[in-house]
Design a protein around this ligand. Structure first.
Ligand SMILES: Cc1ncc(COP(=O)(O)O)c(C=O)c1O
Length: 386
């Protein structure tokens, strides 16, 4: 029986999307997953807060701890989290380092990571203990296969597992509830990098990790420098600020949040990001973004001949394998990313891997189907003959 593959159908434009951002219209921003983008209402709240700070610094900084607490409570309500179980931090990298510093490891203990883990996070883990790195084949068909691969790599010395909720290079869910439960059963402390999960998934904290962190400044529409670290109650007493400051005696979470004189406006404006998401309709946004990423992926496969990698449902990012020889190293992948921008005025992410690196596209409410169409045609031309 012959099977015809239907041509990809372009999703409609999210009506309020493009007007909500001040992005350069001359660029196709197809890489929301790397640095996020801030909707105008969130930016306006932050500008207002900066004006307050400049008008009366004493008043602003004296009130800051209580205002941060109020902002944290709003975030906790959005996430269904205990307000005292989460703390604002600046980014996922900082959160990982705070979590690592809270661990009590003995000589010979190992930390399990995967080769899809984020480099800053895995590098920090390596400072603490020997790493056991699970190589995850990007072609693993589903979450169960990923789960089995991770569990098979455990040894009696594995005391901690550092796992992505959603991986950056392959846009896959790794630390799903099943894997977290299996690791907890085996007495392995879990640290989950949810950099992409906050705002992307409906209930990112559901897995019950020992430590979980997520960026508000990606899919949560928060300003740059806004992220949260969630800590299970039994670990909170071990968590210390990397730079102790005024609120140190309060313990978690206030001790983590006080950085003396610093710019707290991003954290204070961050709840507006999740409010924007909810006002737009979080489910609607997610469905739209996922459909756009899928559309981009189909076009890149059809027009440019790239091979789509297996993906996780509900993730608004898709990675496609590049032909062999194009991005076998990180340097080559970086050069390709620059070339895509220089020649096509499109922002994408690329990943180096021996045998064939990857190109990742994201979907967001400011994106339009034509941007993916132009990318696919441009990438086909750019790779022609390589
Ligand atoms: C999975 C993952 N973890 C961590 C990070 C680092 O985030 P940040 O720069 O906010 O520390 C990223 C950034 O893209 C990421 O994708």
């Amino acid at each position: 029986m012959s099977q015809t593959i239907p041509a990809p159908v372009p999703p409609s434009v999210f009506p309020e999307g493009p007007g909500l951002f001040r992005l350069d219209p001359g660029v196709a921003h197809l890489n929301h997953g790397s640095f996020g983008a801030v909707p105008i209402p969130v930016r306006d709240v932050q500008v207002g807060l900066r004006a307050e700070l400049e008008a009366d610094p004493d008043a602003f900084f004296l009130a800051a701890p209580d205002r941060i607490e109020a902002a944290r409570r709003r975030i906790a309500t959005h996430l269904g989290a205990e307000p005292d179980g989460i703390a604002f931090v600046s980014n996922a990298t900082e959160a990982a380092n705070i979590a690592f510093a809270a661990l009590r490891l003995a000589e010979g203990d190992e930390i399990l990571v995967t080769d899809h883990g984020y480099p800053t996070v895995s590098a920090s883990a390596a400072l603490l203990a020997p790493l056991r790195t699970v190589t995850l084949d990007p072609a693993l068909p589903d979450e169960d296969a990923v789960c089995e691969a991770v569990l098979a790599a455990l040894t009696p010395r594995t005391k901690v597992a550092v796992l992505d909720h959603i991986t950056s290079p392959t846009a896959r869910i790794v630390a799903g509830p099943r894997l977290l439960a299996a690791l907890a059963e085996r007495g392995v402390t879990t640290i989950v990098d949810g950099a992409h999960a906050l705002g992307m998934l409906a209930d990112p904290l559901a897995g019950g990790a020992d430590f979980w962190f997520g960026n508000l400044h990606k899919w949560g529409y928060g300003p740059a420098g806004s992220a949260i670290l969630a800590v299970a109650e039994r670990h909170r007493g071990s968590v210390r600020a990397l730079v102790p400051s005024w609120e140190d005696h309060h313990g978690f979470p206030r001790s983590i949040e006080n950085r003396a004189t610093a710019d707290y406006t991003g954290w204070l404006a961050a709840p507006e990001g999740l409010d924007v998401l909810n006002r737009l309709g979080a489910d609607k946004v997610r469905a739209h973004n996922t459909a756009l990423a899928a559309y981009g992926s189909s076009l890149l496969a059809e027009t440019a001949g790239l091979t789509p990698l297996p993906y996780s449902e509900g993730v608004a990012m898709r990675t496609l394998r590049l032909p062999p020889g194009v991005a076998e190293t990180q340097d080559a992948a970086r050069a390709l990313r620059v070339e895509v921008f220089d020649r096509l005025r499109a922002r994408v992410n690329t990943f180096g891997r021996p045998g064939g690196g990857g190109l990742r596209v994201c979907g967001q409410i400011y994106n339009r189907p034509e941007e993916y169409e132009a990318l696919a045609t441009g990438v086909a031309r750019l790779l022609d003959g390589r």
